[in-house]
Design a protein around this ligand. Structure first.
Ligand SMILES: Cc1cc2nc3c(=O)[nH]c(=O)nc-3n(C[C@H](O)[C@H](O)[C@H](O)COP(=O)(O)OP(=O)(O)OC[C@H]3O[C@@H](n4cnc5c(N)ncnc54)[C@H](O)[C@@H]3O)c2cc1C
Length: 351
């Protein structure tokens, strides 16, 4: 009998596998390719909400955990994943500069907002009011991580590539059984796939589709990620990611012409050199009505758990939420109440 069966190998699934490995637990993973969020993600980690100049939820704790967490995966996979990358917030006006400098003095933010006004020195970019720099930022190559993690699990015979068949799941008070697998517990980490999960689809998950363009701009020569109405992220040589969009109705992973037009318009307002669009990708962010993760034990099935709802900040939340989940399962430590799915139990389950 295994300790754990995990369904889903995006950021949530990988981070939970890592927690299990460091605790010496046995497990198997089942995943398909129906969701693409972790593969198309920009992979940025940045503790500040750049629209309002406020800290993201639990960002300081998450950032501290993330650094050692991704370093340990890099070591295991022998693959560079963490690229330190300055994030510059482009100011649209003097008023925005003033708001930034006010925010720099606020408790919590002072460690992450540089109080220096940076002048734009790149002639390929239009930024007459300059930038503010966020400190401690970077990018995780999430696509490479998931691809290599899959190979790693396959080499250890710990991975089945298939769509989870709920008809084949048997629940017992002591174990769960799925085809030839028997495990003490099951953890669902399906991203937006949760909508098809009969046990957890009651949770208030919404879809936020996001699309990125990849552009080739040999004259741009930018080495920082720039946030204006969109992010411009240096990718590989001469390549940049541009995005992302936020759409709430379309739940497909297909790139759209509408988003391409929107992104090109925003890009044209930011850069002033030639470029060519060379790729476009899309994915669904698993977002939650109250903007907090969905973590915890099923209200009725004691050995069934969920790890989800990372929204647009999966890179930083995944190590934090997966550690909390393991602490709940192995040591019965309470989850942070704001992410515990218990907050929705009363509404959906009697007693
Ligand atoms: C365009 C875009 C840009 C983003 N940029 C950033 C960023 O810069 N920084 C950041 O922190 N976050 C970013 N995000 C958000 C981040 O990608 C998500 O928070 C994160 O990927 C969610 O991870 P997950 O593992 O919960 O879900 P997913 O990545 O969706 O993974 C779930 C996995 O489970 C599988 N699955 C689902 N159902 C089943 C089933 N029934 N059977 C078997 N397998 C199943 C799916 O195929 C998938 O492999 C971005 C997202 C998008 C879409």
């Amino acid at each position: 009998m295994l300790d754990y069966l995990i369904v889903g190998l995006g950021l949530a699934g990988v981070s939970f596998c890592e927690q299990l490995e460091s605790s010496g637990k046995t497990y198997k993973v089942i995943s398909d390719t129906s969701q693409t969020s972790s593969i198309v993600a920009g992979g940025l980690y940045n503790p500040v909400i750049l629209k309002r100049f406020t800290m993201a939820w639990k960002a300081k704790e998450q950032l501290e955990l993330s650094t050692s967490f991704y370093a340990s995966i890099e070591k295991k996979l022998e693959l560079k994943l963490n690229y330190k990358l300055p994030v510059l917030r482009r100011f649209a006006s003097i008023e925005e500069q003033n708001l930034w400098f006010e925010a720099c003095d606020k408790t919590g933010l002072e460690d992450f907002l540089s109080p220096k006004l940076l002048k734009n020195t790149n002639s390929g970019i239009d930024a007459p009011f300059g930038y503010g720099e966020v400190l401690g930022t970077g990018r995780i190559d999430t696509a490479a991580m998931i691809s290599k993690y899959t190979t790693y699990l396959l080499s250890k015979e710990l991975f089945w590539q298939e769509t989870f068949d709920f008809e084949a799941l048997q629940m017992d008070s002591e174990y769960v059984a799925y085809k030839t697998i028997k495990a003490k517990c099951i953890v669902f980490a399906e991203g937006y796939g949760l909508k098809k999960n009969p046990f957890f689809k009651y949770l208030p998950m919404t879809s936020t589709k996001g699309e990125y363009l990849t552009i080739k701009a040999p004259e741009l020569n930018e080495t920082c990620a720039i946030k204006s109405s969109i992010f411009l992220i240096p990718w590989e040589k001469d390549l940049y990611r541009v995005g992302a969009t936020y759409k709430w109705k379309d739940i497909t992973n297909l790139p759209t012409e509408e988003s391409k037009i929107e992104l090109v318009e925003k890009l044209d307002a930011l850069i002033q050199c030639d470029y060519e669009v060379v790729d476009q990708v899309a994915g669904i962010r698993p977002t939650v009505t109250d903007r907090r993760p969905l973590v915890g034990r099923h209200p009725v099935q004691d050995n069934m758990f969920v790890l989800n709802g990372f929204g647009s900040r999966g890179v930083m939340i995944a190590p934090f939420a997966s550690e909390q989940l393991l602490n709940l399962m192995e040591r019965n430590e309470a989850l942070h109440p704001e992410m515990d799915i218990n907050r929705f139990t009363k509404k959906h389950f009697k007693n």
